[in-house]
Design a protein around this ligand. Structure first.
Ligand SMILES: [Zn+2]
Length: 821
């Protein structure tokens, strides 16, 4: 099994796929090796090695072959940016938000200008419209105009259909794009997420006046579960008056978390109970556990049933079946699928009477899941549910049947006889709580390592929240499907719990962020955590403690004295550059806002700063445009100590979050031997009304040997002024002005700066066409190395290794990632 897993792991490191015949050859070789290994017959030794090698080749070959087959359906790059007529069936629960609707479409046919075209079988579609729409844009797209004001595109004038329902067949015109997400260190891998769900294209509905109107053809029965979920979701919203709690109950029943807003998620995360309101592996495991208990209790009411099939076995089968049913109804997401597979594996093993040692059972569940879904190995959620399932079944209570006695068994019926019913009940409640407690404790180090955040009040929160959600809220919410009145009670129970969590979260030490350690330290930490909770001897448990230390004491590396580094994260169309010296850090601009409910701050910058444990001394917002200040509220909230330096006007709403000091040419400071200078705007620029771009704060960073120049969105007139003033413009690294727009990067300016490396922060297929061909040509003529976000992802550069920087996307490119043309 280890061989199989290793083969798969190696395959997952590939940046491009091998030709199909290589994979087939590997499978052939695997069969030969396997036969040879078996022929040797001796246990252990060479035979074993050959079999392991055969299984490694099998893992590699099968995964590679599956990936090739899947990629054959990828979107034809020639169709990107084209308006294609598609006919398809709505395949999930449509999500409505302020900017429009989102849903998944199972494609039946497609055509371009009357010609039939081949399309990927599944695509994610957005339908923009409504009052708040800022125009058509998917994640990593621009939502703001060149001047930063929200642009109302033609489709923004559309009104959305009253309703799009799961299972409906539609004809619509969709502008297509390959799946492309931002790539940042420790960031969410959107492209892998889509790959796992089989989505190979994204797009938005074209429905302006000159496009053919989208047409609802009919309601089909292709998606009965999704339709049932949609109906239940609507009923929940009708039954529970307060939308906030209706959203939480909907999350528990139909797995739709969209209605839980940022602030509430922050409360759940700060108190470490986010796993309870999302249909995570842990949640399904808890559900299976409760279902097994109930089935076992009911089964033991009947001696005839028990004679026919032992209650412990019935509990296992019932638990797994009910958990699977729940998973299906709550959306059958990837984490639920994996967890059901793990639970089934463990259940089959137990029913077969096999007494395997626990490490082997774990390895088997892992191998089974990986055989079905090799890409699971790369997902945090997989490891969380893997550990949760393992701990549940391996902990004391899990290994020995936890039910006091089976009708046929006699093992522990002796003491149970004289225990009163009340005593038994109390005993079982305590036992149950203990089990849940063990899981929480076991998962704490893992959560910390995966998400870089540990909730100090988490234990207090979970102690109440786990039994409350598992034993009270979830059962009420599920029964509400049959007796809607119970939803009101469930909502009330949730409101009560939320008040408690809110109280806990408001403590300033509620949660602590830790830097994300390297893999080896993380693995040691997780092993240590496991050692500490598993039912082994005390001396073994104590060993777990030192194994936690490397992860706990890990500190992200910082620049040496008199040096600095730059990190330009992939935030799509906008600017954001982090600058660090030995003891200080600043963020130059805070990225774009994507929509009312999402911005680069929440999506990228806050997690990134957290994962490196960066404390900002200063946030510079070059100017007020939304592609530069969109993420500022999130960053300012998370970094209360950061000073704000900016050209934003006095009445800007951001001033309420932090009073801004105007940036003015001549400002200068030194951090750890590195000089910082503001070169623009001039003090008297504030006295007249200027274009926002013209007010961009220009920052020069230099240690005497290396220089970087960050210029925001300045345009030709400001560039000319800087050149004319003979400002110290020369720089090794230049943040290309205005994302490579033709309004900027004049030849004179580029000659004065003479950069070696030019960073263009722009969105993939952004609709302004940034960076423009003219600017790219000017840079190439001057032999400047250009790094742009769509190709490079996050870019890092260090003044003490100044020759070249590092591109996160290209250095971590795997075959499921978008290979940008
Ligand atoms: Zn801009």
């Amino acid at each position: 099994m280890l061989g199989f897993l290793l083969g798969t792991v190696v395959q997952l490191q590939q940046s491009t796929l091998l030709p199909w015949w290589v994979n087939v050859a590997m499978l052939g070789l695997a069969v030969l090796l396997f036969l040879a290994g078996r022929a040797l017959r001796r246990p252990g030794g060479l035979g074993m090695v050959l079999v392991a090698l055969a299984l490694a080749l099998l893992g590699f070959g099968v995964t590679g072959w599956r990936a090739s087959a899947y990629l054959a359906d990828a979107l034809n790059p020639n169709l990107e940016g084209r308006d294609v007529q598609v006919r398809g069936i709505v395949a999930n629960l449509p999500q409505r938000n302020e900017s429009g609707l989102r849903f998944r479409l199972e494609i039946e046919s497609g055509s371009l200008q009357g010609q039939v075209v081949r399309l990927p079988p599944v695509m994610d579609v957005a339908w923009y419209g409504g009052a708040n729409s800022a125009g058509p844009a998917l994640w990593a797209d621009a939502r703001t105009g060149p001047s930063g004001t929200p642009m109302l595109s033609p489709s923004a004038m559309n009104t959305l259909p009253a309703d799009v329902r799961a299972g409906e067949r539609w004809d619509m015109t969709v502008r297509l794009k390959a799946p492309h997400g931002s790539r940042n260190p420790n960031g969410f891998d959107y492209e892998l997420w889509l790959w796992e769900q089989g989505v190979q294209a994204t797009g938005y509905v074209r429905s302006s006046a000159k496009d053919p109107a989208p047409q609802r053809l009919e309601q089909t029965w292709h998606q009965p579960v999704a339709l049932a979920r949609q109906i239940v979701r609507e009923r929940i919203y009708r039954e529970i008056s307060e939308r906030k709690f209706a959203g939480m109950i909907a999350a528990l029943v139909v797995g739709d978390q969209a209605a839980i807003d940022h602030a509430d998620w922050d409360v759940f995360r700060a108190t470490g109970v986010a796993h309870l309101v999302s249909i995570s592996g842990l949640h399904i495991t808890m559900f299976a556990w409760l279902a097994a208990r109930i089935v076992s209790w009911l089964w033991r009411r009947s001696s005839r049933l028990c004679l026919w099939f032992p209650a412990t076995h019935a509990a296992v089968v019932g638990g797994v079946l009910l958990a699977t049913a729940y998973s299906v109804f709550s959306g059958w997401g990837i984490p639920s699928q994996r967890t059901c597979l793990m639970l089934t594996t463990v259940a089959v093993l137990r029913l077969s009477g096999a007494r395997w040692p626990w490490p082997l059972v774990w390895l088997l569940t892992c191998a089974v899941v990986v055989a079905c879904d090799p890409w699971a190995l790369l997902q945090a959620g997989f490891w969380l549910s893997f550990v949760a399932v393992g701990v549940l079944f391996a902990s004391d209570a899990g290994v020995r049947p936890a039910t006091p006695a089976t009708a046929t068994g006699t093992a522990d019926s002796q003491p149970a006889r004289w225990v009163t019913w009340a005593g038994k009940f109390a005993h079982s409640v305590v036992g149950n709580l203990r089990e849940q407690w063990v899981i929480t404790v076991a998962l704490t180090p893992l959560t910390m390592l995966l998400f870089g955040q540990v909730s100090l009040v988490g234990l207090a929160a979970n102690a109440l929240a786990i039994p409350w959600i598992t034993l009270v809220v979830t059962p009420l919410a599920m029964l509400g499907v049959f007796v809607p009145f119970l939803w009101g009670l469930a909502g009330g129970a949730m409101a009560w719990l939320f008040a408690y969590l809110h109280g806990l979260a408001s403590w300033s030490w509620a949660s602590v962020a830790l830097p994300v350690p390297p893999v080896w330290a993380a693995a040691a930490g997780v092993l240590g955590g496991l050692l500490m909770v598993l039912p082994w001897s005390r001396s073994l448990r104590v060993l777990g403690l030192p194994m936690l230390l490397p992860a706990l004491l890990w500190r992200a590396s910082v620049p040496p004295l008199a040096e600095f580094d730059l990190l330009a994260p992939d935030i799509g169309q906008g600017n954001a550059v982090q600058v660090r010296t030995a003891n200080h850090a600043l963020l130059y601009d805070a990225g774009p806002r994507f929509s009312v409910e999402s911005d680069a701050g929440h999506r990228v910058l806050v997690p990134l700063l957290q994962s490196q444990h960066t404390q900002l001394d200063m946030l510079i917002l070059s100017h007020k445009d939304l592609d530069h200040v969109g993420g500022a509220p999130a960053v300012l909230t998370m970094q209360p100590q950061a000073e704000l330096l900016s050209s934003i006007e006095a009445g800007n709403p951001l001033q309420a979050l932090r009073a801004a000091r105007p940036c003015v040419a001549g400002q200068h400071w030194e951090w750890d031997g590195v000089q910082f200078d503001i070169l623009h705007p001039q003090a008297d620029d504030y006295l007249v009304t200027n274009k926002a771009n013209a007010m961009s704060c220009v920052l020069r960073i230099s240690n005497g040997r290396q220089t970087a120049l960050l210029v925001g969105d300045i345009e030709k007139p400001q560039e000319e002024r800087l050149v004319a003033a003979a400002a110290a413009l020369h720089a090794d690294v230049l943040l290309v002005p205005h994302h490579g727009s033709k309004t900027s990067s004049s030849a004179e300016f580029l000659d004065a700066v003479a950069p070696r490396i030019a960073i263009v922060q722009s969105g993939y297929r952004n609709r302004f066409g940034h960076p423009t061909a003219t600017v790219m040509e000017r840079l190439h003529e001057r032999h400047v190395e250009v790094v742009d976000s769509p190709h490079c992802g996050a870019f890092t550069w260090q003044s003490w290794q100044a020759q070249n920087g590092a591109c996160f996307r290209s250095e971590n490119l795997r075959y499921w990632h978008h290979h940008v043309p």
